[in-house]
Design a protein around this ligand. Structure first.
Ligand SMILES: Nc1ncnc2c1ncn2[C@@H]1O[C@H](COP(=O)(O)OP(=O)(O)OP(=O)(O)O)[C@@H](O)[C@H]1O
Ligand SMILES: [Mg+2]
Length: 344
């Protein structure tokens, strides 16, 4: 009986999406007792819950229906609470967090170009700039003059360029260089709003460019989303730094699979002679990946062109040389090889 009702629930769509609540995995339990039906939903968005509850009541008119939310373990800052994360982004089939121990290693550049590489392969991609204090993504994709727009039902419309949808605190401030003075709790709620109140549409991949380090925002993302994997970016100077190991251990402790490690600025590629200079030694990233038994996804050289194109809002994977495209597409290929379940 409960199976029959579960089948009927396929008629109930998720607000704003083309998929239904059963296929999205939101129906935790269906219990039937005579004319009484109790349905438990595993979801976090309260507004969507109300809409869904109404639709279920309309659908199952002949029953006395109780729809409830699955009880959530109380949130705490302890790592353990991410064991059963919320899912505030049911519209995204896969969510990938890009992090690093230290700042300035090229996380945002890598996130941007990976997102575009996935879009070039035909996937529907969103890029969330979770670095609320240093939102660099809008500039990197040539959207720094864009400002927030609101669509129907009070949803934020993400900015779009190079085939990806982008959301960033940088789009909400009066000018691109307005500094943000926010407590971390405010920053965290802004990000949760970006997950819930942005009209992302259906996505194959939601990439999240994390702020540097292993703090509140990283933990919140792991609590609010079932992260499909984390990707680490490092530079040869940083491979020996404790911060990188801390980032690896954080993912392991919160139970997020590690998609792999990318070594950025691996060697300097001389623009004139194309000679490679391994300023900080060779294969440090490979060694680090081997030490932690995580996949090595590739190395990207330090190139003047990568810097200048990125600053001009012309992502190298889209506007650069063939070799630039190859760097990022090879990383995608290795990522799918390392975690085949990531492919949609
Ligand atoms: N492979 C590269 N070659 C040349 N320049 C690069 C490369 N990767 C990144 N950069 C440049 O280095 C600077 C820092 O990169 P990026 O902003 O991506 O780092 P980040 O880790 O996101 O920094 P933050 O911690 O401040 O967010 C930028 O100016 C970027 O253009
Ligand atoms: Mg950044």
């Amino acid at each position: 009986m409960s199976e029959a009702i579960r089948k009927r629930l396929r008629a109930v769509g998720y607000p704003g999406l083309e998929r239904n609540i059963v296929d999205l995995g939101l129906v935790e339990a269906v219990e039937v007792d005579g004319k009484q039906v109790r349905i438990t939903l595993d979801m976090a968005n309260e507004a969507a819950f109300e809409a869904i509850e109404g639709a279920i009541r309309d659908l199952l008119k002949e029953y006395s229906v109780e729809v409830r939310l699955k009880a959530k373990p109380k949130r705490s800052i302890h790592y353990g609470s991410t064991a059963r994360p919320n899912n505030r982004a049911p519209y995204a089939k896969r969510t990938i967090a890009i992090t690093s121990g230290k700042g300035g290693v090229g996380k945002s550049t890598v996130s941007t170009n990976l997102a575009i590489a996935l879009a070039q392969q035909g996937y529907r991609v969103g890029l969330l700039d979770a670095d609320v204090y240093g939102p660099d993504i809008p500039r990197m994709v040539g959207l720094q003059e864009e400002r927030l727009r609101w669509g129907a039902n009070d949803k934020i419309i993400p900015a779009e360029n190079f085939g990806i949808k982008v959301m960033s605190v940088g789009l909400t401030t009066p000018a691109p260089d307005t500094p943000l003075v926010w407590r971390s709790s405010v920053a965290v709620s802004a990000l949760v709003q970006f997950l819930e109140d942005v009209e992302w549409g259906e996505l194959d991949f939601l990439l999240i460019d994390m702020p540097p380090g292993t703090g509140d925002i990283q933990l919140t993302m792991a609590q609010e989303l079932p992260l499909s994997c984390g990707i680490l970016v490092t530079t040869p100077q940083m491979v020996a730094a404790d911060d990188v190991s801390r980032a690896i251990v954080m993912f392991q402790e919160i139970g997020v699979p590690i998609g792999g490690l990318i070594e950025n600025m691996s060697y300097f590629l001389a623009p004139d002679t194309k000679k490679r200079y391994y300023i900080f030694g060779r294969d440090g990233g490979k060694g680090l990946a081997a030490r932690y038994a995580i996949p090595f996804l590739g190395e990207i050289p330090l190139e003047m062109e990568i810097r200048s194109l990125s600053d001009e809002g012309r992502p190298p994977v889209a506007m650069g040389q063939e070799r630039h495209k190859a760097y990022y597409h090879q990383i995608v290929e290795r990522l799918f090889a390392a975690l085949p379940q990531l492919k949609v």
